[in-house]
Design a protein around this ligand. Structure first.
Ligand code: SAH
Ligand code: SF4
Ligand code: F3S
Length: 441
């Protein structure tokens, strides 16, 4: 029998992108090749997200589509894996349209589950683990150009932010053996990769203990950055309560650690932060920002914001707008609060901000961020940056695009360079999304 074809759609955060690469690696060892054509697939998987209700609604829509595919080609296996599989468990099988349900810690078991599927006998494994980090698996890279890769350094989350479903879908926090991380980064470097992004829900609480001693996130970051000065290092996500002076100073000490910190604030109101169980205050947060600015004046700071959390007043909302102004975020991901069943907030606080008020507040936040983003880009006009070329720009085939260390997208006319090259550019002008540049020496 020939090799079979596996098709995976990935939703949600970068951790899921990284997990999909792990799944391809596990399945490749058992005779499955990747296909990007769903009509060609023997197995269709959706690696899913539960972070907000609309994320899950999208997946329900996809399950309907997959069912059509199954009707045309009986024998096709449909699996729901990832966070939504973990949250909904058996309930996903009720429709009769799903053959496999596998949680984020069950991917090693996927080939067995696939083999065991029979008509009318779906398979499920949603056991969470305290140890699984897939440390020994070399992910099958999905990126197209071989320039930039994600490396997962830990799994799960031990915080209990009251709105958040992640601790329930991904389980307890565990760090991956640093030797396996550095080995993976060395392999990527040897394969020509120029940039790695270290991933975890709360990278600042990375911790590894062995006979040789302990490794915290700052140590790990230094080890990875020292693989090669030619290799750029990024990481995500930092938690404001845990980001240490040592980490900030380690970043400042190495120019190949990119000048961008994703530091989700969620809200500018102390009352909301308390209720969200973020375990920092507005003042503490601004203190962290001041430390970052002191050590790295050129460092971009980006954030996540939730509008309309339980009992949020206009005053709380204005506190969010004012902290955004005060920090002057370079970029932000902005959301309306979406109640997630089973979380502390769902159990303890009514979701009482009316939908139209949530929408209005979110729109005000987005409008403000559009201005802040443009102002941030304008401050870069006239500066020169080293850009890692990603490829042709989407708008104009005579132009290349790539990111500066501060993660801003730069476009510039260039017929010489290619993906993976470093080039120096000068910023001539900007839009709210892009720096428009020319090549320079
Ligand atoms: N671990 C990261 C965040 C992971 S989830 C951190 O702690 O910062 C990504 C973002 O989704 C969060 O930062 C938050 O802004 C948003 N989010 C999480 N749960 C949400 C919910 N119930 N409703 C709306 N947004 C939510
Ligand atoms: Fe969710 Fe908070 Fe953990 Fe982030 S730190 S994943 S928001 S519980
Ligand atoms: Fe979504 Fe799970 Fe990531 S809920 S945001 S895919 S950790």
């Amino acid at each position: 029998m020939g090799r079979k074809k596996l098709y995976i759609e990935t939703y949600g955060c970068q951790m899921n992108v990284s997990d999909t690469e792990v799944i391809f690696a596990i399945m490749a060892g058992r005779g499955y090749d990747r296909t990007e054509d769903i009509t060609d697939a023997d197995i269709i998987l959706a690696n899913t997200c539960s972070i907000r209700d609309n994320a899950e609604q999208r997946i329900h829509g996809r399950i309907e589509q997959f069912a059509k595919e199954k009707k045309q080609r009986p024998g096709v296996i449909v699996g729901i894996v990832g966070c939504m599989a973990e949250r909904l468990k058996e309930a996903l099988l009720d429709s009769g349209k799903v053959d496999i349900v596998a949680g984020p810690d069950s991917y090693r078991n996927l080939p067995t589950l696939v083999d065991a599927v029979r008509p009318g006998h779906p398979q499920i494994d949603v056991m969470l683990s305290h140890e699984e980090t897939y440390a020994d698996i070399s992910p099958v890279r999905m990126d197209k150009n071989g320039v930039s890769a994600f490396v997962s350094i830990m799994r799960g989350c031990n915080n209990v932010c009251s709105y958040c479903v992640v601790p329930y879908t991904r389980g307890a926090e565990r760090s991956r053996d640093p030797r396996t991380i550095v080995r993976e980064v060395c392999e990527l470097h040897a394969a020509g990769y120029k940039e790695v992004t270290l991933l975890g829900q709360n990278v600042d609480s990375y911790f590894w203990k062995s006979k040789e001693g302990t490794v915290d996130f700052a140590d790990l970051l230094a080890m990875v950055a020292d693989v090669s000065p030619e290799l750029r290092v990024r990481f995500s996500t930092s938690h404001p309560k845990d980001i240490s002076d040592k980490l900030i100073e380690t970043m400042a000490s190495r120019s190949n650690i990119c000048r961008c910190i994703h530091l989700p604030v969620q809200s500018g109101s102390d009352r909301m932060l308390e209720k969200m169980r973020r375990r920092y205050s507005r003042e503490w947060y601004l203190g962290r920002v001041a430390k970052i600015r002191k050590e790295m004046p050129d460092c971009a700071i980006t954030t996540d914001i939730i509008a309309g959390f339980c009992s949020e007043t206009e005053e709380d909302h204005r506190d969010t707008l004012s902290i955004m102004e005060e920090v002057g975020y370079d970029y932000a991901y902005m959301f309306q609060y979406s109640e997630r069943p089973g979380t502390l907030a769902a159990r303890n606080y009514p979701d009482d901000v009316p939908p139209e008020v949530k929408t209005r507040r979110l729109n005000e936040i987005i409008e403000l961020q559009n201005r802040l983003g443009l102002e941030s880009n304008k401050r870069d006009v006239g500066k020169t940056f080293t850009v890692l070329v990603e490829g042709p720009s989407k708008r104009n085939a005579d132009e290349l695009c790539g990111r500066a260390s501060n993660n801003k997208m730069c476009v510039f006319p260039d017929k010489v360079h290619k993906a993976g090259d470093y080039v120096n550019v000068e910023v001539l002008s900007c839009t709210s999304a892009t720096l428009i540049c020319k090549l320079t020496r």
